[in-house]
Design a protein around this ligand. Structure first.
Ligand SMILES: Cc1cc2nc3c(=O)[nH]c(=O)nc-3n(C[C@H](O)[C@H](O)[C@H](O)COP(=O)(O)OP(=O)(O)OC[C@H]3O[C@@H](n4cnc5c(N)ncnc54)[C@H](O)[C@@H]3O)c2cc1C
Length: 503
């Protein structure tokens, strides 16, 4: 008999319709009926906005071992090597699986075209439609899911609670068109994506509010690495225009960052100047903006060695729409919140610590990114671990991830903070440069938020957990930078922080 309020039963419920959720739904439908729930339109996701591509060791001079070594180096001592080995070994096979689903990867001769990105020691970035890889994946998988009778798609339906009985998942509650609905299933997959919307400035769309982390935390699952948020140094900064990503490759082609005085400042900060690591460039920009009292610096493309409209058609067209011809006018840019390394803790089969509850994609924390993500490993992760989730459901083995020996019980805020205030607070105190005093102020405000409903329960929870983790980590590592603890990679902090709800 169904529990009260439950209207429909499924074998698998997938929450989220980015590459992780869509891929899981398409594979899991062979095991029984699938419900795919998504809180906005199906294509509203980080996936749709991804530009560069998907990393996989498929080139003749490349190997999974080389990819693993680059991934571990980027993660600043905190990469889970077992998970990263899975990611790199299984990369080539999932590229084939995506191509089998119809993703139109760009080709070069007989094989796939391979791009090169910073911190990858080999060309290994598979892309589609030039700089619109994410949209190509999203459109292809969404169209495929829409054609399958085994997948029921509900758009504009937001998961609001996981139904858990004695640490077993039983189903979910969701809000759709002002009504609460409930569904039951023995398997629920969180594929809810990232949380860039916790910050005033982000490259992420509106749906990226960290819901999966909050839902899982509420349900008693473990969450991990929440202090590690990657900020992209160069997002468009024009009032009233979304912070569109201006890819590193523009600097790779010769564009130069300049401060308010017109100085090319990066050589003062790093021997690699404009091509220094992302976090170094982001901090340098923040310091230049602070010194000049401005909200942006500029990216001067006049020295670029390519025809900008042909090499970067997407960026060229978007900037032109915002009134900037990048061939003649420097682009106003500033850093923006970009990618969440932290998330719902899973093992290499995508299992959380709650039986039947899985997580994959940006919502999950498999440990493959450690303290900093290697570019283009994130789309790969959505599919590698999405596939593993379905394999585990198919196996019928059940069970849950082993609890972490490091887990710490913590509470959640009672109230909800106004979204604008929350974003400003997080940008100011939990953004690119953090201090103990600032983080303490932010935590106090988040935890004393009133119970007035602002529809930010999930964001307030994730923000408080992020700040708590950042406050505890008294060192700088990867994307986490403490101005009061600037020394990097303190051996006492060579460990992950894992939280679970205390009550
Ligand atoms: C501008 C930009 C460029 C990028 N470029 C690259 C790149 O080149 N290569 C790369 O590897 N990565 C890139 N990334 C990162 C990458 O796009 C993401 O990490 C990846 O797409 C995440 O996929 P996902 O399926 O986990 O989540 P998403 O694609 O974000 O999908 C999450 C889904 O969950 C839904 N959802 C959220 N909460 C709820 C809820 N409560 N109820 C129901 N539905 C919910 C959302 O509506 C959405 O459909 C980029 C990201 C951005 C923003």
């Amino acid at each position: 008999m169904r529990p009260p309020g439950v209207t429909e039963s499924y074998r698998t419920i997938v929450i989220g319709s980015g590459s992780a959720g869509l891929f899981v739904a398409l594979e899991a439908m062979h095991l029984g009926p699938v419900l795919l729930l998504t809180k906005a339109a199906i294509e509203d996701s980080n996936t749709s906005w991804a530009q560069g591509g998907v990393a996989a060791a498929i080139g003749p001079l490349d190997s999974p071992a080389q990819h693993l070594s680059d991934t571990v180096a980027a993660g600043a001592g905190l990469v889970d090597e077992e998970a990263a080995r899975v990611l790199c070994n299984e990369g080539p096979a999932v590229i084939r699986a995506l191509a089998d689903h119809g993703v139109p990867f760009d080709r070069a001769g007989e094989g796939l075209a391979l791009g090169r990105e910073a911190a990858h020691s080999r060309p290994r970035i598979v892309h589609a439609r030039g700089d619109q890889t994410g949209a190509a994946i999203e459109d292809t998988l969404a169209a495929a899911a829409g054609r399958r009778t085994g997948i029921t798609i509900r758009e504009h339906a937001q998961a609001t609670r996981l139904l858990v009985e004695r640490n077993h998942i039983a189903g979910i509650e969701a809000a759709q068109e002002g009504h609460m609905v409930a569904f039951e299933a023995p398997n629920v997959v969180l594929a809810t994506g990232g949380a860039g919307q916790l910050f005033s400035h982000t490259t992420n769309p509106e749906v990226a509010t960290g819901d999966g982390i909050s839902l899982a935390f509420d349900a008693g699952a473990e969450v991990a690495d929440l202090e590690f948020f990657q900020f992209h140094p160069t997002a468009l900064r024009v009032p009233g225009v979304r912070p569109f990503l201006i890819s590193e490759t523009v600097r790779g082609e010769g564009a130069v960052l300049r401060n308010a005085a017109g100085e090319a400042f990066m050589p003062r900060y790093h021997p690699l100047a404009d091509l220094a690591p992302r976090d170094v460039v982001a901090r340098a920009i923040v310091r230049e903006m602070r010194a000049a009292g401005t909200d942006h610096v500029t990216l001067d493309c006049s020295a670029a060695k390519v025809e900008l409209d042909k090499r970067f058609p997407g960026i060229f067209a978007f900037c032109l729409g915002a009134g900037i011809d990048i061939r003649t006018t420097p682009i106003p840019i500033a850093p923006a919140a970009h990618y969440y390394m932290g998330g719902v803790r899973t093992d290499t089969r995508g299992r959380t610590t709650v039986q039947g509850l899985y997580a994959c994609g940006e919502a999950a924390c498999t440990g493959v990114h450690g303290a900093n993500r290697l570019a283009s490993n994130s789309l790969l992760e959505t599919v590698v671990f999405g596939k593993r989730v379905v394999e585990h459901i198919r196996s019928g083995d059940g069970g849950a991830a082993d609890p972490s020996p490091e887990v710490l019980g913590v509470g959640r805020p009672f109230g909800e903070l106004d979204a604008g205030r929350l974003r400003a607070l997080m940008w100011e105190y939990a953004g690119i440069e953090r201090t103990g005093a600032g983080l303490s102020l932010a935590l106090a405000e988040l935890e004393s938020a009133s119970e007035a409903p602002h529809r930010t329960r999930e964001m307030t929870t994730v923000a408080a957990l992020l700040v708590r983790a950042a406050l505890a980590r008294t060192e700088s590592r990867g994307a986490h930078y403490r101005r009061d603890f600037p020394q990097r990679d303190d051996s006492r902090w060579q460990r992950r922080q894992v939280f679970r709800r205390a009550d």
